[in-house]
Design a binder for this molecule. Structure first.
Ligand code: RB5
Length: 148
């Protein structure tokens, strides 16, 4: 993994989980780029997704985490940006396979559907797992060609 920080965004529904994941990353000595929000007031998940995608496009982070109530809205939104491969995960196996097979660069979580400890395990697995490459590499390359 690169030395770049892990970028985090949420909407209001994901605010508490974002705060707890940020603390867990800091405790592990991992650099974090918290792109907001900084309070749990209502915000629209597409706006937060755009913010994370812009930071990644600008090279400020190579890995990101997006969190909303279900993880669905914010993963749809962030996946509309070229180069983003966001995987909505509810368990550690999905988080591992999202990295090994899909080279996912963004982990999406649903704060209203997943416990804090499972979410943390998903994140650590996501960060610690390498892309397997091989037969998966051509398939992942095709993702970026879709619609081009
Ligand atoms: C906000 O109430 C909720 O709709 C949002 O967090 C998310 O779950 C949308 O997909």
């Amino acid at each position: 993994m690169s030395d770049l920080p892990i970028a985090l965004v949420s909407d209001h529904a994901g605010f508490a989980l974002k705060t707890s994941l940020k603390e867990a990353l800091v405790e592990r000595g991992l650099p974090v780029l918290d792109l907001g929000p900084d309070r749990p007031d209502p915000v629209d998940y597409p706006d937060m997704a755009d913010r994370l995608a812009a930071a990644m496009k600008a090279g400020q982070a190579e890995r990101g985490v997006v969190i909303c109530g279900t993880g669905i809205g914010i993963s749809i939104a962030v996946n509309r940006h070229p180069g983003i491969r966001a995987a909505l995960c509810h368990d550690v196996s999905s988080a591992r396979l999202a990295r090994e097979h899909n080279n996912a660069n963004v982990l999406a979580l649903g704060a209203r559907l997943i416990g804090q400890s499972v979410a943390q395990d998903c994140l650590i697995t996501f960060l610690d797992t390498a892309f397997a490459g091989g037969r998966h590499a051509d398939r992942v390359a095709k993702l970026d060609r879709a619609g081009a």
